[in-house]
Design a protein around this ligand. Sequence first.
Ligand code: COA
Length: 170
Amino acid sequence: MTTTSIPIRVATPDDAATLARLLRDFNSEFGAELDDRSTVEGRLSRLLARRDFFAILAGEPAYGFATVALRATAYGDNAVAALEDLYIQPDARNHGAGSALIEALGERARARGIMAAEVFVDEPDGDALRFYQRHGFVHRDPSTGDRAFYLHHDLDGDARLPHPERQFER
Ligand SMILES: CC(C)(COP(=O)(O)OP(=O)(O)OC[C@H]1O[C@@H](n2cnc3c(N)ncnc32)[C@H](O)[C@@H]1OP(=O)(O)O)[C@@H](O)C(=O)NCCC(=O)NCCS
């Protein structure tokens, strides 16, 4: 299978069930919890109707997806594309579908005047880091070259993170 033979399309609200199925596969594979099926489907159906959220599907029937939330910025009139999830079912990996989704994301975002995209990756996920770097993502501030960190504050939970001075040891 080559990248050009992979069906890629933007999801519509009618794809909510398909996207919910893939989102569940993704979260099950990594042992993460997800709300119940109808809640997730309903949420996706509403999100896919919005202008500040979109999803791209790979395969027919779909075996992969990218979800993107657009966030406003004070540094320009156009939004920044935040890639929330990127997933290809295990059997379909390493055939270019993930790359095709990233390319489609870039095309759709540029067509809407969006000139920057961002994604969060956990440090142990070296394969994903390499994958994103090959597609132009950098984990440095583009203007200063300083290392960039993703800081998360769980505002409604009681998650205990390491002491701040120990978080950035490496
Ligand atoms: C990352 C992912 C979307 C890539 O999709 P894909 O269709 O396999 O990608 P492509 O065929 O276009 O490119 C293959 C690259 O993905 C990497 N990859 C393969 N399996 C991977 C995995 N389980 N996790 C992360 N990257 C993986 C391969 O190492 C390869 O990179 P390399 O050539 O530098 O070794 C897919 O592997 C996946 O869904 N992984 C699990 C979910 C995940 O890690 N998502 C990103 C988290 S932010």
